[in-house]
Design a protein around this ligand. Structure first.
Ligand SMILES: [Zn+2]
Length: 676
C-alpha cells in the first residue's frame, strides 16, 4: 500500500509543485554543457527557461479566472491614502519609514517571469489597503502592516482589535478611521493572540494612563503575557536572524526581490510596545460587555498561537476568526523557528467554532486578509480551512505509519482538489511540504529512523568529503552546472552547498549556489520560501548584505514585560557553558523597584536562579533597578557607569563582577546561515 502510494501518478499541478522544489525533469530545456551557459558572476539573473516553463504550468493549472477575492478585498472601502507611507518615530534619513506601500506599486498587471503567478496574485490582493466597512459598526484598516487592525463601534468610543506591530502603524490606522468616521475615544483593546503583529502597536491607540485609570480595558486570552514575551526571548536572537530571511528584510521590493510575505506584505519597522491586559479570557463561552457591545469568546490555545481566542459579536452576527482561518495555508511550522503547532488542534477549534456559532453567524472577519460575507460562504471557508489542517495532519501520520520519512512524505502528500484549488488554501505562507515535515517532527522528532542519518558529519566536514568524492571543487562545479542547465536547482543547491561549506572563499561556488537558490525563489509560491531563497542568494553574492538593518522580535518594552523568572531563563541561555564550566559563584541580585531578591548560582556550567534559597556569603551582591539591569543586558548601559552614578550598588568587588559578566555572551542577529 505504501509503495502504491509513493507511485501514485501526479496531476499537472502536483507535477508543477514537485518541480518547484526542483526535479523539473521533462520540462527543462534539455541537457547542455557548461560551455554554452552564461558566465558565473555575482549579478542577479532573469528567470531561466525552466523557471519560465514552470510559471506557465502554474498559470494553466490554477483557476485564475476566479477573481472573487479581489471583489471581497475591495468591498466596503471607505477611505485610503493614495501614497501610503508611515514615518517612523525618531528615525531620520533614508531609513525613516515604518511602512511604505508605495514600494509595491510594481505589483500590478501580469506576473513577471521572476515571480510565481500564484504568489503574484496574492501580492496584488495584499496591496489593496485602506479603511473598510465590514458591516455597520465594524471596520478594518488593512494593508498598514502585516496584519489587520479592526475596530468595533461601541456606545461611546472604539474597541480596537489587534493593534498591529508598531506604534506608528497603529496610530496611522486609527487616524484614518477617526478622520473618516468622526473622532471617538478608544475605550477598549482586544489582543486576539500572543504574536507581536497583534499587540505591538497598542501605544499608538491608547495612552497607558487611561488603562491605569480604568477608562480603557484591554482583553487578552489566558497565557497572553507569558507567551507574548517568552516565545520570542530565549531563542530570540536566532529567530530574529531567521525572521529577517523569512520576511525578506534584506531584500529590496521588486520583481527580483521582495514581493509579498503571503500573510501580508511584510512587517512594519518601528516602535514595538506592550501593555498588559486588564481582563483575561480563560474559557470558551465567556461573555464580556465592552462599551455596550457584547463579545462571546472561544478560547483556542495551542493552535496558531500558544494563547489565542476567537469571538462572536451577536449584535452584528459577525465572527472574528483571529488568525485561525486566513486567506492562506498558514504555518504548522514557521520558518523563522518556533515550536511546531498541531494541525489536529487547529482543525478542532475551527470545528468547534462552526458548532458554536455556525447557525448564527452572517460573516467572518479576521486578523489577516479580507472578510467572507454570507453564512454559506463563511461556513464553507471555515470548513475548508479546518479540513486543510486536518488533512495535512492526518495524512502525514498516515504516511509515517506506512514507513515514509519526512522528505518522502513532503514529496508525496497531495491535497484533494477541493482543497488545493481554493485560493485561500494555497501555500502562500505555510506550505503543504514544510507543514507535513513539521507534523512528523511534532510526533516523531527530527530523526527519521535511519541510522545513516543519526550522526552525520556537520556541514563543513561533510562538505570536504563530498568535494573529494566529486573529484575536487572544479569537478563538482562542472557537474552542478550541468544540473543547473537541466533546471534541477534543488540538486544544485544540495551539492554546491557542500563546496561552499568546504571552501567558503570559492566565489564561483557561491555564485552558482546563489543562481540556483534565486531560481527556486522565483518559482516559489510561498512568500517566506521566496524570501528565504532570495535572501540567501543575496548574502552569497555579497557577504556584507547580512549587516543590513533588521528588526528584533524582542523590543525593550516587550522584554520589560518579562517576569524575572523568564529573564533568568534568558540569562541562563546567555551563559557560555564552556567558559563557566570551572567556575563556582553565587550572586545575590536585588531589584529594589520590585522588592525582589534573587540568588543566582553558577556551577558546572549551569546558571540556576531561586528567590527562596538562603544566601551564605555570596561572591557578589548587586543592587540595581530591574529596568537598568535589562539595559545592561541589552548593551544600552554599562555597569561601571551605573555604579559610579550610584544607580547600582555592589558588594564583592569589581574584579568578581567582571569575572561574572565575562561568562555571558551577547547575541547579535548577524550570524552566517548559507556559509560556514
Ligand atoms: Zn498575525
Amino acid at each position: 500500500m505504501g509503495s502504491s502510494r509513493r507511485r501514485r501518478s501526479l496531476g499537472l499541478l502536483a507535477a508543477a509543485i514537485a518541480c518547484v522544489g526542483g526535479g523539473c525533469l521533462g520540462i527543462g530545456p534539455g541537457r547542455s554543457g557548461p560551455e554554452d551557459q552564461a558566465p558565473l558572476n555575482g549579478e542577479t539573473k532573469p528567470a531561466t527557461e525552466a523557471t519560465r516553463r514552470l510559471q506557465e504550468v502554474v498559470r494553466r493549472s490554477l483557476p485564475f479566472d476566479d477573481d472573487r477575492d479581489f471583489e471581497l478585498a475591495r468591498r466596503g472601502r471607505l477611505a485610503g491614502r493614495q501614497a501610503l507611507r508611515i514615518p517612523a518615530d525618531g528615525r531620520p534619513g533614508s531609513d525613516s519609514l515604518a511602512w511604505d506601500m508605495t514600494r509595491y506599486a510594481f505589483t500590478q498587471g501580469e506576473a513577471p517571469e521572476t515571480v510565481n503567478p500564484s504568489l503574484w496574485r496574492q501580492a496584488k490582493l495584499n496591496r489593496i489597503h485602506g479603511l473598510f466597512e465590514v458591516v455597520d459598526g465594524i471596520y478594518q484598516v488593512r494593508g498598514y502592516d502585516l496584519s489587520n487592525v479592526s475596530f468595533v463601534r461601541g456606545e461611546t468610543g472604539w474597541i480596537v482589535i489587534d493593534p498591529l506591530i508598531t506604534v506608528e502603524a497603529a496610530r496611522a490606522a486609527l487616524s484614518l478611521l477617526n478622520e473618516t468616521l468622526g473622532e471617538r475615544p478608544v475605550v477598549g483593546v482586544i489582543y486576539s493572540h500572543s504574536h507581536v503583529d497583534h499587540f505591538g502597536g497598542v501605544r499608538g491607540v491608547v495612552d497607558p494612563t487611561d488603562v491605569a485609570s480604568g477608562s480603557v480595558r484591554i482583553v487578552a486570552p489566558e497565557g497572553f503575557m507569558e507567551h507574548a514575551v517568552s516565545e520570542n526571548v530565549v531563542a530570540g536572537n536566532a529567530m530574529t536572524r531567521r525572521a529577517a530571511y523569512m520576511f525578506g528584510r534584506l531584500l529590496e521590493p521588486g520583481p527580483r526581490g521582495r514581493v509579498d510575505a503571503g500573510l501580508g506584505k511584510t512587517t512594519s519597522m518601528g516602535r514595538v510596545s506592550l501593555l498588559p491586559p486588564t481582563d483575561v479570557v480563560r474559557e470558551t463561552g465567556t461573555t464580556l460587555e465592552i462599551d455596550g457591545v457584547e463579545f462571546v469568546f472561544q478560547n483556542t490555545p495551542g493552535a496558531e498561537a500558544p494563547a489565542e481566542m476567537m469571538f462572536f459579536l451577536p449584535h452584528r452576527k459577525a465572527f472574528f476568526v483571529a488568525e485561525e482561518a486566513n486567506g492562506v495555508l498558514h504555518n504548522l511550522y514557521t520558518l523563522r523557528g518556533a515550536p511546531v503547532r498541531s494541525g489536529a488542534l487547529w482543525a478542532r477549534w475551527l470545528d468547534e467554532a462552526i458548532a458554536l456559532f455556525g447557525e448564527e453567524l452572517e460573516l467572518v472577519f479576521g486578523a489577516h486578509h479580507w472578510p467572507r460575507w454570507g453564512r454559506e460562504e463563511a461556513l464553507d471557508f471555515l470548513a475548508s480551512q479546518r479540513d486543510l489542517y486536518k488533512y495535512i495532519h492526518d495524512q502525514t501520520l498516515h504516511l509515517a505509519n506506512l514507513g515514509l520519512t519526512p522528505l518522502e512524505i513532503a514529496e508525496s502528500i497531495e491535497l484533494p482538489e477541493d482543497l488545493a484549488l481554493r485560493w485561500y488554501d494555497r501555500g502562500y505562507y505555510g506550505t503543504v511540504k514544510h507543514n507535513a515535515r513539521a507534523t512528523y517532527q511534532l510526533y516523531l522528532g527530527f530523526f527519521d529512523g535511519n541510522p545513516a542519518r543519526l550522526d552525520p558529519h556537520p556541514p563543513a566536514e561533510a562538505g570536504r568529503r563530498y568535494v573529494e568524492l566529486a573529484g575536487g571543487g572544479e569537478a563538482l562545479l562542472r557537474l552542478a552546472r550541468e544540473a543547473f542547465a537541466r533546471g534541477d536547482y534543488r540538486w544544485v543547491a544540495e551539492v554546491v552547498n557542500h563546496l561552499v561549506f568546504a571552501d567558503p572563499g570559492n566565489r564561483r561556488a557561491r555564485w552558482l549556489q546563489a543562481d540556483a537558490l534565486e531560481q527556486l525563489g522565483y518559482q516559489a509560491e510561498s512568500g517566506p520560501w521566496r524570501n528565504f531563497y532570495l535572501s540567501a542568494a543575496r548574502e552569497l553574492r555579497d557577504a556584507t548584505g547580512r549587516r543590513a538593518p533588521q528588526g528584533s522580535t524582542s523590543s525593550p518594552e516587550v522584554m520589560a514585560g518579562m517576569s524575572s523568572e523568564s529573564l533568568f531563563d534568558f540569562l541562563a541561555v546567555s551563559l557560555d557553558g564552556r567558559r563557566a564550566a570551572g567556575e563556582e559563584m553565587t550572586v545575590e541580585l536585588l531589584f529594589p523597584d520590585r522588592e525582589e531578591r534573587w540568588l543566582l548560582e553558577i556551577r558546572r556550567g549551569v546558571l540556576r536562579h531561586s528567590a527562596r534559597r538562603a544566601v551564605t556569603e555570596p561572591t557578589l551582591s548587586l543592587r540595581i533597578p530591574r529596568d537598568r539591569f535589562l539595559s545592561v543586558l541589552r548593551g544600552e548601559a554599562k555597569m561601571p557607569a551605573l555604579l559610579r552614578t550610584g544607580e547600582a550598588r555592589l558588594e564583592g568587588g569589581l574584579v568578581a563582577l567582571a569575572r561574572f559578566a565575562g561568562l555571558f555572551e551577547r547575541f547579535l542577529p548577524d550570524f552566517e546561515i548559507v556559509t560556514p
